[in-house]
Design a protein around this ligand. Structure first.
Ligand code: MN
Length: 285
């Protein structure tokens, strides 16, 4: 399945605490395997799964089993360590969505793992339909916990007059266009591109040329340097090495209980970590 990586990008590692934006689909998966991601670890981040079509079943080492569907969000807080699998259901004919990660700030990144599922109400805001899955926007607030101030929302815009969306001046933002042609402050944004808005703005003008679906992702700048490799986020090369060694020893070759990563009820083998690069990983942010 092809995936379009829109963050990190050249010259930009973070938007607020958002550190990873993968967009995929729409893919016709009838007669195919769809999404099959065996158990793999995470540290120091939250995964945020959001779909436009299809269904994906999440299983994690807390014992959570939750199917995410369009308009619903799965938020998994890895904290000190967790593992999970993601597999599209047999009923899925088309897969289309985003996989997002939020970097946990240093003060929270060793927290206990957690999992939340939430289906935000689709709220009419003028002609726009808003679904707020994290943080607050347009009078809607998600109940899900975040560890730094941030927002994540889907906006569906009809063609029509430009609209002004209120912003938090303390936030920087990315606008990911999933469908339609969008002009942001007079600049066209191609589909699956991310328009970047720096801090200090209290509004942005969105002009949809035809029906448009977008994600607004923002937050206060993290203000920390992170090291991101494979499925781990840490603060140094050596810390990543330790995470990798723990995964390999406790889960891949280990005979014990999985250590910090626990165990997932999954019919198949977990993913072995790739070999680390020959150079030291550098902090970014
Ligand atoms: Mn994952």
């Amino acid at each position: 399945m092809s995936v379009r990586r829109t963050l990190p990008q050249r010259g930009r590692s973070l938007i607020g605490a958002w550190c990873f934006i993968d967009h995929y689909g729409p893919h016709d998966v009838r007669g195919g395997r769809g999404m099959v991601v065996p158990p793999h670890p995470h540290t120091g981040l939250q995964t945020v799964s959001w779909l436009f079509s299809g269904e994906v079943e999440h299983r994690d080492s807390l014992g959570s089993i939750a199917t995410v569907r369009p308009g619903e969000v799965n938020v998994m807080t890895a904290g000190s360590g967790i593992q999970h699998s993601e597999v599209s259901t047999d009923d899925t004919s088309e897969l289309h969505g985003v996989q997002l990660w939020v970097a946990l700030p240093d003060a929270a990144r060793h927290c206990s793992p957690a999992f939340e599922h939430y289906a935000p109400e689709a709220v009419a805001w003028g002609d726009v339909t808003v679904r707020v899955f994290l943080g607050s926007l347009a009078g809607q607030t998600s109940p899900l916990p975040t560890h730094s101030p941030l927002v994540g929302a889907q906006l569906d815009l009809p063609a029509g007059d430009p609209i002004a969306v209120p912003l938090d001046p303390a936030f920087e933002y990315g606008i990911l266009v999933d469908r339609g042609a969008l002009v942001v402050d007079g600049t066209p944004v191609p589909r699956v591109d991310v328009a970047y808005l720096p801090v200090g703005r209290d509004t942005v003008t969105l002009d949809a040329d035809g029906a448009c679906r977008l994600l607004l992702l923002g937050g206060e700048p993290l203000g920390e340097q992170i090291v991101m490799w494979w499925n781990f986020i840490g603060r140094s090369h050596d810390e990543i090495v330790k995470f990798r060694e723990a995964w390999q020893a406790d889960v891949i070759t280990g005979l014990d209980d999985g250590g910090r990563f626990g165990a997932v009820d999954y019919d198949g083998q977990p993913l072995a970590a790739p070999t680390m690069p020959g150079v030291r990983l550098r902090a970014r942010g």
